[in-house]
Design a protein around this ligand. Structure first.
Ligand code: F6R
Length: 611
């Protein structure tokens, strides 16, 4: 995790770096720091968010046209001033920021300790930095050469940016496993973990590849591999506007992103789905249709919310395509020597496209010959690039740390893929296919309608904000929605919550039910509706408080529940895109009512680039 920013050119570096760091705080926010060179190297760093560092530097001379900055998500060493980046080398001449983990840092540290080095922090970053300086000293070589030698000894993931007081016209950067984007301006360059720090200055960017070193001057960008061979930078045009990463009048990004969903689902379907013509146009699917429709098995790998989208996709693909699907936590899949056979297709789902566990899982599966299909939100991200084929979700930048609009966009893409494969395979009837296309096309409008009516959720949030625990229950397609609802509540309100299949509740969790426990049922109309009505009764019989998300017109559950929120009726296959929205909002309102930082919940980071 961690966000990194760099600038070199003729502008003032500090404001560009601070603004860039604020945009990247979704990646981590437990400490912040900047290093600038102007008549010597200056390093400022502090525990806390970017705004806290900024405030502490008011009135200081920060003028410089070269600098780097870091917003941290702690891996080695607690969040503190001394563990904040940038770190300085023993000589004080080098400053470095790092995103990732140096796995063999202990071994490197021991070597340095044996040589008499002392460390000012508990970080792996300071170890790597001194390791580089030690090589420089021993080999009497330049920083670039020393870095190259050092990186050959390093295992783990990194993006690093280095400043050298003796070379104040150069930033040296390197990447393996963590993202690095370089923006190209006129006689200036911008560096970031993503493109947000450079949006208002340039639309031309280079995504640096693994095992590449960038030597960045104001008027020159040189890329080399670890073998010291020059690489041609591949310039990509950014398709993102500044407005997309601003709050646009909303109190929080999370709220903005929840309310954006009618538009983001629409954007995801636009140009792909034409219900009237009965077509779904997705080149990534079409170009691989034989592989997909003849797959013996589909394995979905993902983490967190994306994993929940994968669970819903399991139900949809098995139902419509009749292909067996397994859904795996990427972190488990990669370590347990999974059996991957020829004819298996791996679908990797990721909002950020940078989640380390998912990335490594697909690399491993690729080595075993699997075809990787990526469903990713961030264009040009590592998972998108590591996939053989794929489909973007087009939800736009998601800044709130708790994922919302990316989830519904993932569902929209997965449903289209399932429908297209099912049609090609002949595993769906023409009538059902046609009906589901219209159902999908109607989702943005139905989402818009339900978002007009959310005042009730604020009242429910007030009622239950003091709860210590909550239980989320759903059946069928709504079971993963229950998991997602529970995850959202935990993340943004710190209330302990669990999601369960509604029927499974009687095998254990029912013991938790008392008059204080809120039980949230996702009980929209589907094939199992009568069953879930019985489950609601079981909870009521034990005096639990029932909050139910139901379809418009459902009188049965309305009569039994303590609180209800209605969503427009929809086919059960597409209904999760609607039923999840009130759960996102309920978590948001409870988090706000409790005074939690909903956009940046404690201990979390949006892009989990450590394993
Ligand atoms: C939950 C959340 C996380 C992510 C998970 C995977 O709100 O944001 O659980 O879903 O870290 O991230 P991506 O989708 O970027 O791979």
């Amino acid at each position: 995790m961690c966000g990194i920013v760099g600038y070199i050119g003729s502008r003032e570096a500090y404001p560009i770096i601070i603004t860039g760091l604020k945009r990247q705080e979704y990646r981590g926010y437990d400490s912040t720091g900047v290093a600038l060179i102007n008549h010597g190297l200056k390093v400022f760093k502090k525990k806390g968010k970017v705004a806290e560092l900024e405030e502490s530097l008011l009135g200081k001379n920060l003028s410089a046209s070269i600098g780097i900055g870091h917003t941290r998500w702690a891996t080695h060493g607690e969040p503190s001033d001394r563990n904040a980046h940038p770190h300085q080398s023993a000589s004080g001449k080098l400053a470095m920021i790092h995103n990732g983990i140096i796995e063999n840092y202990n071994q490197l540290k021991q070597e340095l300790l044996n040589k008499g080095y002392k460390f000012n922090s508990d970080t792996d970053t300071e170890v790597l930095l001194n390791f580089i300086e030690e090589i420089q000293k021993n080999n009497q070589c330049g920083l670039e050469e020393a870095l190259r030698i050092a990186l050959k000894r390093v295992t783990g993931a990194y993006v690093i940016l280095l400043l050298d007081e003796d070379n104040p016209d150069t930033i040296i950067a390197a990447r393996k496993g963590s993202p690095l984007v370089i923006g190209i301006g006129k006689d200036e360059h911008f560096l970031g973990s993503d493109a947000t720090p450079m949006l208002e200055y340039t639309k031309e960017v280079v995504y640096v590849n693994d095992y590449e070193i960038a030597i960045v001057k104001a008027d020159e960008l040189i890329l080399k591999n670890l073998g010291n061979e020059r690489q041609t930078p591949y310039i990509t045009k950014l398709d993102m506007e500044l407005a997309a990463i601003e709050k646009s009048g909303y109190e929080h990004f999370m709220l903005k992103e929840i309310f954006e969903q009618p538009g983001t689902i629409y954007d995801c379907l636009r140009g792909r789905l034409d219900a009237t013509a009965g077509t779904i146009t997705m080149s990534g699917v079409q170009n691989n249709i034989e592989t997909l429709k003849n797959a013996d098995r589909i394995i979905i790998v993902a983490c967190g919310t994306s994993w929940h989208a994968g669970l819903i996709a399991e139900y949809i693909i098995e139902e419509l395509c009749r292909i067996p699907v397994e859904v795996e936590y990427a972190s488990e899949f990669r370590y347990r020597n999974p059996i991957i056979k020829k004819g298996d297709v791996i679908i990797a789902i990721s909002q950020s496209g940078e989640t380390a566990d998912t990335l490594v899982a697909i690399e491993k599966a690729k080595e075993q010959g699997a075809i990787i299909f990526g469903i990713v939100n961030v264009v040009g991200s590592s998972i998108a690039r590591a996939s053989h084929a794929g489909a973007y979700t087009h939800a736009g930048p998601e800044i709130g740390v708790a994922s919302t609009k990316a989830f519904t966009a993932q569902l929209a893409v997965l449903t289209m893929i399932a429908l297209k494969v099912a049609k090609e395979k002949g595993s769906i009837s023409p009538e059902r296919y046609a009906k589901l296309l219209f159902e999908l096309e109607d989702i943005p409008e139905k989402a818009e309608a339900l978002l007009k009516n959310v005042e009730e959720l604020k009242i429910i949030a007030e009622k239950y904000k003091g709860s210590a625990d909550a239980l989320y229950l759903g059946r069928g397609y709504n079971f993963p929605v229950a998991l997602e609802g529970a995850l959202k509540l935990k993340e943004v309100s710190y209330i302990h919550a669990e999601g369960y299949p509604a029927a499974e509740m009687k095998h254990g969790p029912i013991a938790l039910v008392d008059e204080k426990l809120p039980v949230i049922f996702i009980a929209t109309k589907d094939d199992y509706h009568s069953k879930i009505v019985s489950n609601v009764q079981e909870i009521k019989a034990r005096k639990g408080k029932v909050i139910a998300i139901i379809s418009d017109g459902d009188e049965t559950i309305t009569a039994m529940a303590d609180d209800v929120f209605t969503v427009p009726p929809a086919d059960e296959i597409v209904a999760p895109m609607l039923s999840v929205i009130p759960l996102q909002l309920l978590s948001y309102y409870i988090g706000v009512a409790k005074g939690c930082d909903v956009d940046k919940p404690r201990n979390l980071a949006k892009s989990v680039t450590v394993e």
